[in-house]
Structures are given as C-alpha cells and as structure tokens.
Design a protein around this ligand. Structure first.
Ligand code: NDP
Length: 596
C-alpha cells in the first residue's frame, strides 16, 4: 500500500462514496421491462418457428436450457432416464450465453473450471477465458451429445406449473399452447435471467436506436459476436449507460467502432489484470487426465473458501483474493486468530489490493481527471470484480468520453440524447448495460407461479424469503428440484460448480426413487427447517452493509429480511461440497421422503 493511504482516511472515503449513492428506492429504481418496454426483451438472434402444442408426458421437464438444464439433463441421461424435456424462452440452448452476445463477451472465470462437461465432451477451451461464441457452441455440443435437441421446446415461456395430486405429476402450461405433464420438474432459470432498465425519466421518448446489452442489435451496429468490426457505427454517436462487468467487456469494442462513445458512469468498477492467453494443447494434454476437471473445480473452490490449499491451479484474480488473505492470516500468526484479527487481516489485504487496482488506473489512463473518475472506492467484493486488459486503455482514445455522474446517475433521456448534470449529450444510439434483476420475487423473475401440493404456491412458501433444503428441495413441492447457487455452496466466483453439484444430486435422487419404486420424493418440513436454521446461522451473500450500492447488497438495502436467505453453507463452499457428497453417497438421502 502506498504510504499516502491511511486506513482511517480510506474508510472515511469509502463511506462518503457509498453515502453519495444510497437511495431510498433501492431495487425499485429499476423498471420492469416486461411491463413498460416489452420490445427490449424480444429475441434479436433467431426467428420463432411455428410448432404444434404439446399435450403429452415427459419423465423430467426442466425449465431453462442454460448450464443448469444441460448439466442436469446430461446427468439424468447418464443415469438412464429417458424423456428429458427442456423448455426455454430462448431459441436454443445456452441460457445466459444465448442472450449475452454483446461484442467482447467472455467468461470471467477460467474456462477450465467454468465450462461444463469438458471431460465428457473432450473439448479443449481455446483460451484461458473463452469468448462467448465458443461457450455458446459448447452448450450446443453438450445438447447434441446428450440428445437433448430431440424433445426441447424453445421460444416457449412457461405460464403455469401445478402439481396434480391424483396423477402424481406436474402439469405445465406455456405461451405456445402446450399443456403437458411431467413426473419430475427441474428449475434452472439462472441468477441473472431478467434484464433490467434504470428508471430514468424520458426513456420512452428517445428517438434513436436503443437496446439492452443482452439483446445486442447487430443489425444496427454491424459486426457479429465473434468480434467482426461494427462497421455501421462508423458515423454514429453511441452512449452506453452502466459500467459493470458487461460494459467493461463491450466498451473497448464500441470504442474502436463508433465515431464518438459516451460512457455514462455512476460507479466505477474495479478492473484488475485479465492476462488471457491461448491454451497450449501440449500442456492441456498433460493435465487432462481422468477426473481432472472436478479436481480443478475443487481446487478453485478451495482457494475461494479460504481452505488454504497449497496448490493454486488456476492462479488468477479470483484465487488471488484467497491467496492474499491467507498470507495476511499467516502473517498475523494463526494461533492469534480471533474474529477481530481475521477482520483486520481481511481489511488490510483488501486495502492493498484496491490500492493496486487504483494505481493501475493511473498507470494506464493518460488524462489525470479521467483516471481519477475511473477509480473504485470500495472493497473489492462490494461489487463484482472485473478483469480486463483493454478497458482502461479505451479511455485514451480521442473519441471516447467518460461522463462521470459522481454517483448520481443519468438525469434524463430526451428524444435526442442523454442528460447529466443539466448537460445534454446528443447520441444516435443508447446501449443499456444496466444489468439484471436480483432480489426481486422469484415468481416475478420466473414469469410464472408454481402451485404445489394442496394448492400451496411458491410465492406463499417463500413470502418471507427463499426456503429449501440444500438449495434444491422444497417442502410441499414433490418431485421438484431447483438447480442454482443459493442455500448450497454459494460459490459466486464459479456458478457452474454449484450447478454441476446440484445436477448430480438430482440425478442420484431420481435414480434412487426409481430403484425403490417411489412415485414421489419430497423433503420433510423438519429437514427443510433444520437446513434453513443452519444456513441462516451463517452470513448472507447479499450483505455488504458498508458497501456502495449494487446488486450484491440489494442496492444498498441489506436489511430487507428476505436478503438474508441468499446465504450458503456457513462453513463455506468446499465444506459444502464435501458434506453433500457424503449425504448423496450413503444412499439414505436423509431429509427426503420417498413414497409410492
Ligand atoms: P451490473 O448490475 O453489474 O451493472 C449495471 C450498471 O448500470 C452499473 O454500472 C450501474 O451503476 C449502472 N446504472 C444503473 N442505473 C444507472 C443510472 N440511472 N445511471 C447510470 N448508470 C446506471 O450489470 P452487468 O450486466 O454489468 O453485470 C451483471 C452481472 O452479470 C455481473 O455482476 C456478473 O455476475 C455477470 N457477468 C458475467 C460476465 C462473465 O462472467 N463473463 C460478464 C458480464 C456480466 P451502479 O454501479 O452505480 O449501480
């Protein structure tokens, strides 16, 4: 840490920057696109193909064709379950990678631990951080290999899901007139599946082209997701609103394509080194021995869990967080560790890291005022850490203009541009890099209600917050499984690892039900309650009381009681993965009831 940085001064600066951004409306500052601007949700990539409504029966219906659906279906198929049907509102498999095709999109977590089923498919990621087209193609590869296209329903929105006690099956209705049944129901809708728009006055009045980053309009911009130049922007003035992980990846591409780029910033991201590189196939040949991908995922998780493994296979900005804390704790003396010394070590290592990230801005950005505005004044995990080697450099281009709103955000949109602090910036196109809904009610994000046994709805069951056992099973909802991150490992730095694990659970539970000839499987009320007590005894993922607002802390309102339910296994991700493996493997599936 530079000598000039005093922890007391820094804490005060962080508080001031946070306070500037706190607003009473929290998540309500964003508008629900489906209500106000449904055109922003249309699929720009594939046309909707006519098909007959389905009225048949599937063994397993899974809502969502992203990694969760692909992994679960693959494991079910491997277990010999036939009749797996995936339903998605997108036109193909891919989930977030179907929708997010903005220029420069790539995974922020190393491909070797992020891309699912590399061993099973034999695919070698071409780069340490693969770009979006390769990941989308990989999703298609998995779907093809496991025969998932045969029964998939795309461009199909589920409208209603209800348990039918008489037949012991789920009844699923959709926007395409389907009304089919399924013995089992899986839900993997993704943590960031509903784009949101900021509630900026005048948005509807804009006369130019505007779109959300998750629905990129290549027709307007030219170019394509693989990085071809967006030639149609050559004479265009483009404004981009938002500077989160998405904007950090697409701004360098826009910067090189358009006549003028105005970047409207409310809070700067922390942008650390990316250091991407092509995969050396000889090296990959050596590491890719049987079981390698799970070992890599476990090693990555252990480095994120502060389990302090000696080895760090991935060695990147994410594992650096764990390495630094480990170093600090060792330095403090492990025998001296108390909650206070641990907190002090965490803070100290964070101050150093963020100081380095701010110094990186000064080293790269030539204009001192611009550099100052691009510095993040909060702890690294208050917001999603970003990693990029061309983002900050883009601000040295003469056509790129940072419009820093000093925490206040864009004031207004007019028919011809964007207003900040009373000044209008005329633009031809507005790109909303404004993120996705987090923290809103499940049914709002899903777009449908789930009615379980005795007419009990998921909205009722989760009125005071999400309730599950292991993040997978819900009492009152037989034969239903969630495949997601919360209330399990909660490993946010590698979401697919959570899904990989839950998919394994689902396949093993379904196989067991078949072995014991059970028609229904459901978690008991007691087991769900006991799990919730355990989970709530730990820390919520969405907290960050001292943090600047963002979706990690419910936009500065961490006291919303429902937020504390976004928690995980208190002992951390690695401990969870060990616990659940033991739970699955002893064959008792404690807490679940298998009945005829
Ligand atoms: P974010 O929610 O992170 O960012 C939204 C941006 O919009 C913020 O910069 C926010 O500012 C800004 N904003 C909101 N309202 C206004 C306003 N009124 N005026 C000006 N700016 C405004 O969304 P992203 O799409 O960037 O990222 C979402 C998540 O998606 C990431 O956190 C990550 O988990 C995932 N992602 C993953 C990637 C990967 O792994 N490859 C790549 C990209 C995204 P403020 O910060 O002040 O709220």
């Amino acid at each position: 840490m530079t000598a000039a940085v005093d922890p007391v001064v820094l804490r005060q600066k962080y508080r001031e920057e946070r306070d500037k951004r706190l607003r009473p409306d929290g998540i309500d500052q964003y508008v629900r696109i489906a209500d106000l601007f449904p055109e922003y949700l249309e699929d720009p990539y594939l046309p909707v193909v006519d098909r007959e409504p389905r009225t048949d029966h599937a063994t397993f219906a899974f809502m969502g064709g992203g990694f969760a659906g692909l992994l679960t279906a693959a494991r079910l198929k491997e277990a010999g379950v036939a009749g797996v049907r995936i339903v998605d509102r997108a036109g193909d498999f891919g989930g977030t990678w179907y929708w997010n095709r903005y220029p420069g999109a790539q995974c922020d977590t190393a491909s070797f631990v992020y891309m699912p089923l590399l061993e099973e498919t034999g695919h070698m990621p071409t780069e340490k951080y693969a770009h979006a087209p390769e990941i989308l193609e990989h999703c298609r590869r998995i779907a093809t290999q496991y025969g998932l296209y045969d029964d998939a329903l795309f461009h199909t929105e589920v409208t209603r899901v209800a348990w039918d006690e008489a037949s012991g099956a789920w009844v699923i209705e959709t926007s395409r007139g389907d009304r089919f049944t399924a013995t089992y129901l899986g839900l993997g809708l993704g943590p960031l599946n509903v784009p949101k728009l900021p509630g900026i006055p005048g948005m509807g009045s804009f006369g130019g082209r505007s779109f959300h980053t998750s629905r990129w309009d290549y027709e307007y911009t030219g170019g394509d997701p693989s990085g071809s130049p967006m030639t149609r922007l050559r004479d265009k003035r483009v404004g981009i609103i938002g500077t989160g992980a998405t904007a950090v990846q697409c701004i360098p591409h826009l910067a090189h394509a358009c006549k003028d780029l105005y970047v409207f910033q409310r809070t700067p991201s922390s942008v650390d080194v990316r250091d991407n590189r092509p995969t050396d196939s000889a090296w990959f040949g050596q590491i890719a021995t049987p079981g390698w991908q799970l070992s890599w995922m476990e090693n990555f998780a252990a480095n994120q869990s502060f389990a302090f493994p000696e080895e760090d296979l991935v060695m990147d900005g994410w594992t650096d967080i764990g390495r630094r804390i480990r170093y600090r704790l060792l330095e403090a003396g492990l025998s001296e560790l108390t909650p206070e010394t641990i907190q002090a070590a965490l803070e100290q290592s964070d101050f150093e890291k963020m100081d380095g990230i701010r110094a990186r801005v000064d080293a790269i950005v030539e204009d001192p005022a611009t550099a100052q505005s691009l510095k993040a004044w909060y702890r690294q995990l208050c917001k999603r850490p970003c990693f990029h080697d061309e983002y900050l450099q883009a601000f040295n281009l003469p056509n790129v203009h940072l419009v820093d709103t000093d925490g206040r955000g864009v004031e207004r949109i007019t028919p011809s541009g964007v207003v900040v602090a009373g000044e209008e910036y005329e633009v031809d196109c507005i790109v909303y890099a404004s993120g996705f809904e987090v923290g809103t009610d499940f049914t709002r994000r899903a777009g449908f209600e789930i009615t379980g046994r005795d007419g009990h709805t998921m909205s009722d069951h989760w009125r005071d917050g999400m309730r599950t056992m292991h993040g997978v099973h819900v009492h009152g909802f037989p034969n239903l499984f969630f495949v997601q991150t919360f209330q399990g490992a909660n490993l946010i730095s590698n979401v697919p690892h959570n899904l990989y694990d839950a998919a394994r659970t689902v396949a093993m539970v379904v196989s067991h039900a078949s072995d014991v000839k059970a028609g229904r499987v459901e978690v008991t009320a007691e087991a769900e309650e006991a799990w919730m007590e355990l989970v709530l005894s730990g820390q919520s993922l969405l907290q960050g009381r001292d943090c600047t607002p963002g979706y990690y802390n419910n936009e500065g309102h961490p006291d919303d009681p429902r937020i504390r339910f976004f928690a995980g296994y208190p002992a951390g991700p690695s401990a969870y993965f060990q616990y659940i493996e033991a739970w699955r493997s002893d064959g008792r599936f404690e807490g679940l009831q298998f009945t005829k």
